[in-house]
Design a protein around this ligand. Structure first.
Ligand SMILES: NC(=O)C1=CN([C@@H]2O[C@H](COP(=O)(O)OP(=O)(O)OC[C@H]3O[C@@H](n4cnc5c(N)ncnc54)[C@H](O)[C@@H]3O)[C@@H](O)[C@H]2O)C=CC1
Ligand SMILES: O=C(O)CCC(=O)C(=O)O
Length: 416
């Protein structure tokens, strides 16, 4: 296998989907159906830029499988988005929804762009253009978008507004992660990080390690990473290192997280304000109890897995660890809580938002957090039990837990 094939997230996902379905007793027909999305729409989005020129952006919406229910998943704005990545991300959404037992299949979207170099007006026109381009295949009962890398509640608001214009009625349940005044759910902004905190607590409990003594290292200081740093700091842990795309900050006694949160920008950049104390590569190799990759894919690979010193890795990011690295870490006894379980908090509270939009009745933040806690712990116990009884690594266990519901729904519908 060549190196870029190893880091091809779709290829890696397909390998584990195949293993999971085989272990569950399904045959080639089911594997053939579930290893690719049912639908993949590629769109071209012309956007009038502030200087009067027009730029044409490429976007995607992938719908992995809708046997269980409407598809669900975020939209990513990033220069490195690819069709294969979006396909893999949509498969991972099916697995997350399966593990959390949500009535959804997986979907995901992406646009190749760099919001850091775009004005507010250009971003609004791109967000609206994306919705116009995919409007035929999305909707509150078809496919429900949400935020992901470099998209946020403002972008969700523009997208909802555009969709409401196209469909000529107010459609709050078309998208989640909205501002609260537009029907957003309390607790959605912090949900991914809250879910990760619950996974860290469960993992430390398994390892009999007191949470207050834990040293935490977090790669990425955006929505997932920064709230996680805040919550772990508030829980009394030492967050000894954080990073963003520019570099990493380290202090063995614990960083001043409230100060860093105050200085970060809306894209999760903060280290550029300081002389970075280390690189992202060095951060991953720090001695600590819990390492949380919360940025992008393929950060822990066969090239650095041997150097990881954390005893627990909790994947807040989608796809941060390659399959070979998963094997190496598992062999070394490192407890890995895989992305499709660890980062499910976001979609769980998105589901709560959709339920609240459909019912027109809104919950308190405490209600949201309590329900999230129950679902995350149930997911963890289910995956851990499969890992223990079937003697498979945590990633394969999570895939088995996640794909089972989709496969059963496909069977009942008679598709395979
Ligand atoms: N926002 C959400 O609700 C959810 C996010 N996730 C996943 O969590 C990860 C992070 O997402 P968000 O926090 O929403 O994104 P974000 O756009 O808010 O923040 C991303 C952070 O990662 C940093 N980063 C980017 N490239 C990097 C690199 N090469 N090295 C180190 N840091 C880098 C950025 O500087 C920023 O601090 C992604 O994998 C995303 O798919 C998963 C579930 C839900
Ligand atoms: O909130 C959602 O619906 C999806 C979140 C997401 O894109 C993810 O978990 O990767």
């Amino acid at each position: 296998m060549v190196d870029n094939e190893k880091s091809d997230v779709l290829h890696a996902t397909q390998l584990v989907i195949e293993q999971a379905l085989e272990r569950l007793g399904y045959g080639k027909d089911m594997i053939e159906l579930l290893k690719e999305p049912l639908r993949m729409l590629t769109v071209r989005i012309p956007v009038r830029m502030d200087d009067g020129s027009t730029m044409v952006f490429t976007g995607f919406r992938s719908q992995h499988n809708d046997a269980v229910g409407p598809t669900k998943g975020g939209v990513r704005f990033h220069p490195a988005v690819t069709e294969r990545e979006v396909k893999a991300l949509s498969i991972w959404m099916s697995l997350k929804c399966g593990i959390a037992d949500l009535p959804y299949g997986g979907g995901k979207g992406g646009v190749i762009c760099d919001p850091r170099n775009m004005s507010f007006g250009e971003l609004e026109r791109l967000s609206r253009g994306y919705v116009r381009a995919v409007s035929q295949i999305v909707g509150p009962t078809k496919d429900i978008p949400a935020p992901d890398v470099m998209t946020n509640s403002q972008i969700m608001a523009w997208m909802m507004d555009e969709y409401s214009r196209i469909r000529e009625f107010d459609s709050p349940g078309f998208i989640t992660g909205k501002p609260i005044v537009l029907g957003g759910s309390k607790g959605r902004e912090t949900a991914t990080a809250r879910g990760v905190v619950i996974m860290i607590q469960e993992a430390l409990r398994l390892r009999n390690f007191p949470i207050k003594d834990a040293r935490i290292v977090i790669q990425g200081f955006g929505n997932a990473g920064s709230y996680l740093a805040k919550f772990m700091h508030e829980a009394g842990c030492r967050v000894i290192a954080i990073s963003d795309v520019h570099g990493a900050l380290y202090n063995k006694d614990g960083l001043d997280i409230p100060y860093l949160l105050d200085r970060r920008d809306s894209f999760g950049n903060v280290t550029n304000l300081f002389s970075s104390s280390m690189t992202n590569k060095e951060l991953l190799e720090l001695e600590c109890e819990v390492l949380v990759p919360a940025a992008i894919e393929n950060q822990i690979t066969e090239h650095n897995a041997h150097a990881i010193k954390a005893s627990i890795i909790v994947e807040a990011a989608n796809g941060p660890t390659t399959l070979e690295a998963t094997r190496m870490l598992t062999d070394r006894g490192i407890l890995l809580i895989p992305d499709v379980l660890a980062s499910a908090g976001g979609v769980i509270v998105s589901y709560f938002e959709w339920v609240q939009n459909n019912g027109g009745y809104y919950w308190t933040e405490q209600e949201v957090d309590d329900k999230l806690q129950l679902m995350m712990i149930r997911g963890f116990q289910n995956v851990y039990e499969i890992h223990r009884t079937r003697k498979v690594d945590m990633r394969l266990a999570a895939y088995m837990a996640g794909v089972r519901k989709v496969a059963e729904a496909v069977r009942f519908r008679g598709w395979v």
